[in-house]
Design a binder for this molecule. Structure first.
Ligand SMILES: C[S@@+](CC[C@H](N)C(=O)[O-])C[C@H]1O[C@@H](n2cnc3c(N)ncnc32)[C@H](O)[C@@H]1O
Length: 296
């Protein structure tokens, strides 16, 4: 199945013009976080040096949290409408707005639609010298229906068993020499293989943001707030099917779209910023991936 990428230069509020209702497996939203600053690109200069204060990426200053939520709310609603019955919406924020946004989403989608809260630690360490630094971001996950797509057995959703657990419990080998343990739960026997690892929970510390934001590494585009491909690959593979549609209404440098195309999904990204669109285009051109660009 061809895995088309569509990139739209437009405000996320207009998403319904571009995506049919109830058509998407997954919506990933990484909007401005209410940081209170202006984000600029890092530009590559001649040779290998980079300039940290390049072109304007986007303005993340808001008069108040209420104004911010008033802006976010209708964009959440249009995004929600694009999900089909098995689809999920992943909203990526940080401590500045996530608690207010959780209450908002509960109201918009219903408390019972809330499924999970991923704590993502970008791994940059704390910069706060005076108090406890906040070193994580949060991704809220809401499901449209009762049985959302979730590929918990995909290797991206597994982690190694703890060494103590391996030593204590994985003492048997099957005919192929694979280590396993068995447990009886509720009268039923379950077999766990050491090489399959255990299910990953909701704290993700193995997707360092340095991959996406260190000029010395290949993945970086120089776009401020670029997320690591490993993080988006995990979300894409966990919550969508091959050939399914993935929507990113705030696509920035196109990370979600890149993860989608690599894993054979259709994708549609929007961004209001000219720099974001240009960055995404260049990123895809570098990999010789064709995209359909729509300017409004
Ligand atoms: C946190 S960044 C997204 C980064 C992206 N996930 C990546 O990996 O590069 C937020 C993006 O939202 C975009 N944005 C801000 N307001 C918007 C709006 N009303 N509609 C669409 N995009 C918007 C900004 O231009 C910025 O690219």
């Amino acid at each position: 199945m061809p895995c088309g990428v569509t990139l739209i230069h437009d405000d996320a509020i207009h998403l319904a013009r571009w995506v049919h209702d109830r058509s998407a497996d997954l919506v990933y939203m990484d909007p401005p976080f209410n940081v209170g600053t202006v984000f600029r690109a890092r530009n590559k200069l001649v040779g290998s040096s980079w300039r940290a204060k390049g072109a304007l990426a986007y303005d993340d200053r808001w008069p108040s949290i209420d104004e911010y939520l008033l802006w976010l709310s209708p964009r959440l609603e249009v995004a929600w409408c694009t999900l089909h019955e098995e689809g999920t919406l992943w909203l990526h924020l940080d401590h500045r707005a996530v608690h207010d946004a959780k209450v908002l989403c509960d109201r918009l989608f219903g408390r019972s639609a809330f499924r999970a809260e991923v704590i993502w630690t970008p791994g940059n360490g704390s910069r706060n010298r005076n108090f406890l630094g906040i070193t994580h971001q949060t991704i809220l996950v809401y499901a449209r229906g009762k049985q959302p797509i979730f590929h918990g057995r995909d290797p991206v959703m597994r982690e190694p068993f703890a060494a103590t657990s391996l030593a204590m419990h994985f003492t048997q080998r099957d005919a192929h020499g694979r280590l396993f343990r068995e447990r009886i739960i509720g009268g039923k026997r379950y077999r766990y293989y050491a090489d399959e690892g255990r299910a990953l929970g909701s704290v993700w510390s193995d997707c360092p943001s340095m991959e996406a934001n260190t000029p010395l590494l290949n993945e970086t585009t120089g776009y401020a707030t670029q997320k690591p491909l490993k993080l988006l690959t995990r979300i894409v593979r966990a919550a969508s099917r091959k050939g399914g549609l993935i929507v990113d209404p705030f696509c920035g440098s196109g990370t979600t779209l890149m993860a989608a195309v690599r894993d054979e999904r259709q994708s549609l990204g929007m961004d209001i910023g000219a720099l974001a669109i240009a960055t995404s285009r260049t990123r895809f051109q570098h990999e010789s991936i064709e995209i359909a660009l729509q300017n409004t």
